[in-house]
Design a protein around this ligand. Structure first.
Ligand code: UD1
Length: 418
């Protein structure tokens, strides 16, 4: 299994470009199932989760072709609308094929998912949504089995804000009979990007980016072209990599308006942050202060940057209280940061970080999930000596060549094949 080896102590500097967003590309790839013919996507990141999605689409009768960042998906009716366990277990987001398969073919058998081990991550809201749209659902031998002649538009009020649930609701409602109103909808930029794609396919949707989205069902959709939005989590991680080393790093090809919660927090800590239309940058500093962070749905501070921000807070002057507001059990990186010498007390959903420059020293650590991998690499950039991050396959699920991007900014980092 591959590892990443980082030698700490170098101040990063330079310019780096963001890739397309994994979390936008995944639902959009599943949305292709809604229309036969050739779909053309651009700015698709090269990631393990995208490979897993491609395999699932292939199992569902689609032919896919990739050339660099471009991907074509040729959709035709599968023998069976089945998402099997051995493919779904690799990636929890596979549940996103439930809505499109059901609304397109009137039936779907989707294995219960696996994926990141962050909290219990149930799928009850996805299942409820399909039931509200008129589907009969049963759980049989580890599979969600859904049937409906044609889904019927309705009012869906999410009791809890859910990104994937909103996306599945949208992909089911676009071909339903009549109108659907989704209330307490997720406002994440990736949901908005999915809506842009669905609209390009001919869907009638209004209100994306707000908490109420309305969909007027249509009888048929057409394949479309689309370029995937920039990955705000990757952009934020690269910015934090610059910040933790006190370096001057400019992240290009991103959407700074998607990173306001992060840039506000960085400024609060004393980092000079500047941005333009499609770039954001931190300037050199020698010291910064701590701040408290609570993760929340967009436009709040993203849970997917919590671990990386905690790494930054280990180097701050003062104490930081970090509260995880989205997922239970998303502090698995804490024990690994502590192995590197950090002073952190985790208490259920809150972690108290007592920061201080130079407190980290290199060690062998284990990545426990995707964002924890990035957190440990960031910590390694400032730890004395060498940090070896094992189980790096989590990183490859969601970051495109992170070690190469950091090396180009001056980090002493390499992948060790194992
Ligand atoms: C998506 C992102 C993930 C990000 C998360 C929150 C993708 C592929 N992944 O995950 O990177 O961390 O949004 O921004 O886009 N919940 C339920 N029942 C459900 C569904 C969710 O209780 O049926 C709960 C979850 O356990 C969690 C909360 O709702 O506590 C939010 O989860 P959700 O927004 O659905 O996350 P994902 O879509 O899985």
């Amino acid at each position: 299994m591959d590892s990443i080896v980082v030698k700490g102590g170098r101040r990063l500097s330079g310019t780096v470009a963001t890739s397309g967003a994994k979390n936008a590309a995944l639902p959009i790839l599943f949305a292709t199932l809604l229309a036969d013919g050739e779909h053309r996507l651009d700015n698709v990141p090269e990631l393990r989760d995208i490979d897993s999605t491609e395999q699932l689409l292939n199992a569902l009768g689609c032919t896919t072709h990739r050339s660099g960042k471009q991907m074509t998906v040729n959709v035709s009716r599968p023998d069976e609308a089945l998402a099997p366990y051995d493919l779904v277990r690799k990636m929890r987001a596979s549940i996103l094929c439930l809505g499109p398969l059901l609304s397109r073919y009137g039936e779907a058998r989707v294995s219960l998912p696996g994926g990141c081990a962050i909290g219990s991550r149930p799928i009850d809201l996805h299942v409820d949504t399909m039931q509200r749209l008129g589907a009969d659902i049963s759980i049989e031998e580890g599979y969600v089995v859904a049937r409906a002649e044609r889904l019927q538009g309705t009012r869906i009020l999410f009791e809890k804000l859910t990104v994937g649930g909103t996306e599945n609701a949208l992909m089911a409602a676009v071909l339903a009979r009549g109108a659907t109103q989704i209330e307490n909808a997720a406002k994440e930029p990736e949901v908005v990007d999915l809506v842009h794609y669905l609209r390009a396919m001919g869907a009638r949707i209004e209100g994306e980016g707000s908490s109420v989205i309305t969909v007027e069902g249509v009888d048929r959709l057409e394949p479309a072209r689309h370029s995937i939005v920039a990955d705000r989590i990757e952009a934020g991680t690269l910015l934090l990599a610059g910040a933790i080393t006190g370096g001057a790093v400019r992240v290009e090809r991103c959407e700074p308006q998607h990173l306001v919660a992060l840039s506000d927090k960085l400024r609060e800590c004393g980092f000079p942050v500047e941005s333009g239309e499609d770039w954001i940058a931190v300037a050199e500093v020698d010291a910064w202060s701590s701040t408290d962070v609570t993760t929340a749905p967009h436009p709040g501070f993203p849970t997917d940057l919590q671990a990386q921000f905690m790494a930054l807070m280990t180097q701050a002057e003062g104490t930081s209280v970090i509260t995880e507001g989205i997922f239970e059990n998303r502090f698995m990186h804490v024990q690994e940061l502590v192995r590197l010498g950090a002073d952190i007390s985790p208490m259920a959903l809150v972690a108290v970080v007592r920061g201080g420059k130079g407190c980290l020293s290199g060690a062998e650590v284990m990545a426990t999930d995707l964002r924890a991998s990035a957190c440990l690499i960031l910590a390694g950039l400032v730890a004395k000596g060498t940090t070896k991050v094992n189980r790096i396959y989590h990183l490859d699920r969601g970051y495109e060549q992170l070690e190469k991007k950091l090396a180009a900014l001056g980090a002493d980092i390499e992948r060790v094949r194992g």
